[in-house]
Design a protein around this ligand. Structure first.
Ligand code: NAD
Ligand code: UDP
Length: 339
């Protein structure tokens, strides 16, 4: 059982991972600058688990402060979630994305080297497969990116690989997430994007509660089952469990690895809308809009390697994802702020 530092730990995926870490007997410590989250998450985690995790307000760019945290709390592994993550915003503000995501990773690695911490799990993304990949995506596919956010993920991976070549004591797990959705089934924690959501599920959720009038479905002339884009949606609790398997695998002394975390099953936009309508009992108004720039028809994982290496199997269905997203959204229309 280990003390594990979660950078970006009060964010969407970090909070769910903290729950599963606590339930597995580990001690997560959540470090965040709250640029896209709130420390209130810790109380919600306590409601679920009975344990209130320690939250440290800190920017990952401050290497000296990170060294201090790693030493003071006897950290054995770091899960590095902290990053900016909005594709569109990254095109508008590339400097901010390279600064936060790439420099943040350099800072975390430098701090780990100074403090003698040898295990890192990185939040990577299916976006590293770029637009030329042929699904199902396998880990050995060539990497590329179509926007600054994606570039930062390709760079973050490469930096970690290079550092691990030079420092034989460093062990990494690169986790390439497909499309994380849903929420903890309790409705205590979930995703609460600021402003107009860019991603499909949060947008659908906001239409369901009446915050947005209708969904724009970006394109219905793709070569897919119903013409709308296909993605590989994974329940955030399955994803969280994948992190715990990954960190345990590293802490058990195994070699570094890179795996996809997805279900391997493509689901179209309209299939998702229908599943959400069924789960919530709310009609989702939508119109067909032009394709979104940079979108591809179909992205889904080859999940074999994660299964083989970690024994990772997803458990939640699309209807579970919609049900839990709806429980969260309907009970917390203002996110972590009181209604
Ligand atoms: P999130 O925004 O909810 O969480 C990220 C957290 O990092 C936030 O709490 C934010 O306040 C914090 N943060 C950002 N910059 C920081 C800094 N400099 N110092 C300290 N804290 C900082 O996002 P998420 O969905 O939980 O994503 C977590 C990670 O997973 C990110 O690296 C993201 O790129 C990656 N990822 C997310 C998705 C997705 O669809 N959600 C898909 C693939 C990869
Ligand atoms: N999408 C859509 N309307 C929206 C948001 C997304 O039709 O308002 C579509 C998008 O074109 C893609 C799918 O939903 O086919 C998933 O998009 P998201 O942005 O959630 O994930 P990503 O494209 O980054 O995988």
């Amino acid at each position: 059982m280990a003390n594990i530092l979660l950078t970006g730990g009060t964010g969407y995926i970090g909070a769910h991972t903290a729950v599963v870490l606590i339930e597995s007997g580990h001690t997560p410590i959540l470090l965040d600058n709250f640029s896209n989250s709130t420390p209130k998450v810790a109380e919600r985690i306590q409601v679920i688990t009975g344990v209130k995790p320690m939250v440290i307000e800190q920017d990952v760019l401050d290497t000296a402060a990170l060294v201090d945290v790693l030493n003071t709390h006897d950290i054995q592994a770091v899960i590095h979630f902290a990053a900016h993550k909005a594709v569109g915003e990254s095109v508008e503000k590339p400097l901010s994305y390279y600064q936060n995501n790439v420099m943040g990773t350099l800072s975390v690695l430098a701090a780990m080297a100074q403090a003698g911490v040898h295990h890192i799990v990185l939040s990577s993304s299916a976006t590293v497969y770029g637009e030329n990949g042929v699904p199902p995506m396998s880990e050995d596919a060539p990497l590329s990116a179509t926007n600054p956010y994606g570039q930062t993920k390709v760079m973050m991976e490469q930096i970690i690989r290079d550092v691990a070549v030079a420092d034989k004591t460093l062990r990494y797990a690169m986790l390439r997430y497909f499309n994380p959705v849903g929420a903890h089934p309790s409705g205590q924690i979930g995703e609460h994007p600021r402003g107009i959501p860019n991603n499909l599920m949060p947008y659908v959720q906001q239409v369901a509660i009446g915050l947005r009038e209708k969904l724009s479905v970006f394109g219905n002339d793709y070569p897919t089952a119903d013409g709308t884009g296909e993605r590989d949606y994974i329940h955030v609790m399955d994803l969280a469990r994948g992190h715990v398997l990954a960190v345990n695998h590293l802490l058990a002394g195994n070699d570094s690895f890179t795996v996809n975390l997805g279900t391997g099953k493509p689901v179209t936009v309209l299939q998702m809308v229908q599943a959400f309508e069924q789960a919530s009992g709310k009609p989702i108004a939508y119109t067909i809009a032009p394709r979104r720039a940079g979108d591809v028809a179909s992205v889904y994982a080859n999940p074999q390697l994660a299964r083989q290496l970690l024994g990772f199997e997803t458990e939640y269905t699309i209807s579970d994802m919609c049900r839990d997203a709806w429980v969260w959204q309907s009970r917390n229309p203002n996110g972590y702020d009181e209604a």
